[in-house]
Design a protein around this ligand. Structure first.
Ligand code: GRF
Length: 220
């Protein structure tokens, strides 16, 4: 089967992008990273992608003006770049722009995101501090299809990570990020293979036994 062409959309350092690039180096990975797009000029991930020999471009949303017209024109530029590169699947990886319903619906089932919480809990920004403030004992990350509502599309996969005594937002984020870098390539692999279909209830079924439960505190 031909490898699917992925575009990774970033706004920052691009560590999840790098995890996808690394995974796609394997001969049996069903996708290749064909394009990286940043909406922020000089984002760290751009140079990482270029070092890996992957076409990396900037489409700066600020050059399109404010308001609905600016958003429409920004998304038209995105769409043109994606079509030019014959992209099959879009992976959002720390991409800090909300995409319109029109754009997202056009890519339904072919656009995914990673979020550093166990959705639907802790949507939005500053989630690590919010989790600590809530006193949760198990945190984690979620890979999901993107829908018009933020952090709300069908869930493809999740990884659980314990919250430890003395955690700061930074230490918790670092622990979750390790899990993100494993979960995202695995979920994208399944999407590329067509093994993560969305059913009529907007649910993605996951086969297997789930690998057991994570208890925190550990149970004797
Ligand atoms: C990650 O924590 C991701 O879950 C969130 O933004 C962060 C991006 O980090 N959406 P990176 O740019 O992939 O290193």
């Amino acid at each position: 089967m031909a490898r699917k062409k992925l575009a990774v959309l970033i706004s920052g350092r691009g560590s999840n992008m790098a995890a996808l690039i690394d995974a796609a180096r394997a001969d049996d990975y069903p996708a290749e990273i064909a394009l990286v797009i940043s909406n922020i000029p000089g984002a760290g991930g751009l140079s990482r992608a270029a070092e890996a020999g992957i076409p990396a471009i900037t489409i700066d949303h600020k050059t399109f003006g404010k308001g609905a017209d600016g958003k429409r024109d920004f998304e038209a530029a995105l769409q043109a770049a994606l079509e030019h590169a014959a992209i099959d699947i879009i992976c959002l990886a720390g991409f800090m722009r909300l995409l319109s319903a029109a754009f997202v619906n056009r890519w339904r089932g072919r656009i995914v995101n990673i979020h550093p919480s166990l959705l639907p809990a802790f949507k939005g920004l500053d989630v690590h501090a919010a989790m600590l403030a809530a006193g949760v004992k198990i945190a984690g990350c979620t890979v999901h299809y993107v829908s018009a509502d933020m952090d709300a599309g069908p869930i493809i996969g999740q990884a659980a990570v314990p919250v430890l005594a003395g955690d700061t937002p930074e230490t918790l984020a670092a622990r979750i990020l390790v899990a993100e870098h494993k979960l995202y390539p695995e979920c994208v692999r399944r999407v590329a293979l067509g093994e993560a279909p969305i059913d009529e209830q907007d649910i993605v079924a996951v086969p297997g036994d789930g690998g057991g439960a994570l208890f925190n505190p550990p149970v004797r």
